[in-house]
Ligand binder design. Structure first.
Ligand code: UT7
Length: 331
């Protein structure tokens, strides 16, 4: 019997209509377009507006686009995973609600939270279910309404984050395509440098916490930046070495979009030409769990069957990793 590998067979995306530009942020906090552009590469981000719209709103839209593109009956889906750092609410899973709303009535669902590495970790989990032969169709959605946890008076964070969602379908393959290798890492030393302090069981949201603005993201940007540059490049180099890959036989670097300088640093470490580096941070900013699937959606038409892709991410926690993946279709 041939070995079963896990491939991505379809991609969908959704970004909200509202565009928050650097010029608009200049009116809100003490910042300027030049600083934001040179320090981060971001020009604008999308923000989800409107009452009653949470992360699931975008997850559903991205999944529906995928279902439509693939002409797939949602009843065929076995499992829905929503990778997110901003679930609709505590306890009631965003993935479960999403599955029901898209008509995936035969699927079970759960959320997966690993900050900006949520989607990368989700790729590993989805692939494992496929490789084991247990399930045939796993829908992995990366979605975050980052604006729900951002303090728009804090210039250190409000210029970075945006909202969005991307969805991919994982299915079995017998040609050896899809996920080839992974290095996933985490280190709890990172907790103090990137967190929403009042959001869980340790420090529940109280009036005092809100008064201290502890219900918003806090980030020690410099420390996170240093760790991101070192660790993302480190796992990328290691996964290349382990698989006898070089800059010549890699077709794409698909890296979490947190800061253009972090992505450039990783590409430089492996001498990868910028034409092979997927980039859309200028349009969407850091959408946390959605950056990687949004890249796949934006670059889908350029991807060819057999392309060697290296995925990489770094995020809060700390969490990070790299995945070596062979693309499986031409669109
Ligand atoms: O998504 C996963 C995890 N997140 C990340 O990977 C993000 C990692 N961190 C970063 O991307 C960067 O650290 C930031 C973009 C957040 C900040 O860039 P930086 O080059 O590390 O700037 P900094 O925090 O060291 O600040 C440099 C200067 C400071 O002024 P002084 O002390 O040199 O006078 C800041 O006060 O820039 C100032 N500054 C700003 N100026 C204009 C900080 N934020 C802003 C701003 N506009 N928005």
């Amino acid at each position: 019997m041939k070995k079963i590998t896990a491939v991505i067979t379809g991609v969908g995306k959704y970004v909200p209509d509202f565009v928050l530009t650097n010029a608009m942020l200049e009116e809100m906090v003490d910042t300027n377009d030049e600083w934001i552009t040179t320090r981060t590469g971001i020009k604008e981000r999308r923000i989800l507006k409107g009452e009653g719209k949470g992360t699931s709103y975008m997850a559903i839209k991205a999944a529906e686009q995928l279902l439509q593109k693939k002409n797939l009956d949602p009843k065929e889906i076995d499992l829905v995973i929503v990778s997110t750092a901003t679930p609709d609410m505590q306890a009631a899973s965003t993935a479960v609600y999403t599955a029901t709303q898209i008509g995936a009535t035969n699927a079970f669902g759960f959320d997966l939270e690993a900050a900006c590495s949520s989607f990368l970790y989700g790729m590993s989990v989805a692939s494992s279910y496929i490789e084991s032969g247990r399930y045939k169709k796993v829908l992995l959605i990366g979605a975050d309404k980052c604006s729900s946890m951002i303090d728009y008076t804090d210039r250190a964070t409000c210029i970075i984050f945006g909202d969005g969602a991307g969805a991919v379908l994982f299915e079995p393959n017998e040609e050896g395509l899809g996920l080839q290798d992974e290095i996933l890492k985490s280190d709890g030393i990172g907790r103090e440098f990137l967190q929403v302090k009042a959001s869980g069981s340790l420090y529940p949201v109280t009036k005092e916490a809100i008064d201290k603005r502890e219900n918003f993201v806090f980030q020690d940007g410099k420390t996170v930046f240093k760790n991101a540059v070192f660790n993302m490049a480190d796992v990328t180099v290691k996964i290349l070495e382990r698989n006898n890959l070089s800059n010549e036989n890699i077709n794409w670097l698909t890296a979490h979009q947190a800061n253009k300088r972090i992505i450039d640093a990783t590409a430089n470490r492996i001498n990868l030409d910028s034409s092979k580096v997927m980039m859309n941070i200028e349009k969407y900013g850091n959408t946390t769990s959605a950056t990687i699937p949004l890249l796949l959606a934006d670059y889908e038409k350029q991807l060819k069957k057999g392309d060697n892709i290296v995925f990489a991410a770094f995020g809060g926690g700390f969490t990070w990793g790299a995945i070596y993946f062979k693309w499986s279709y031409n669109s």
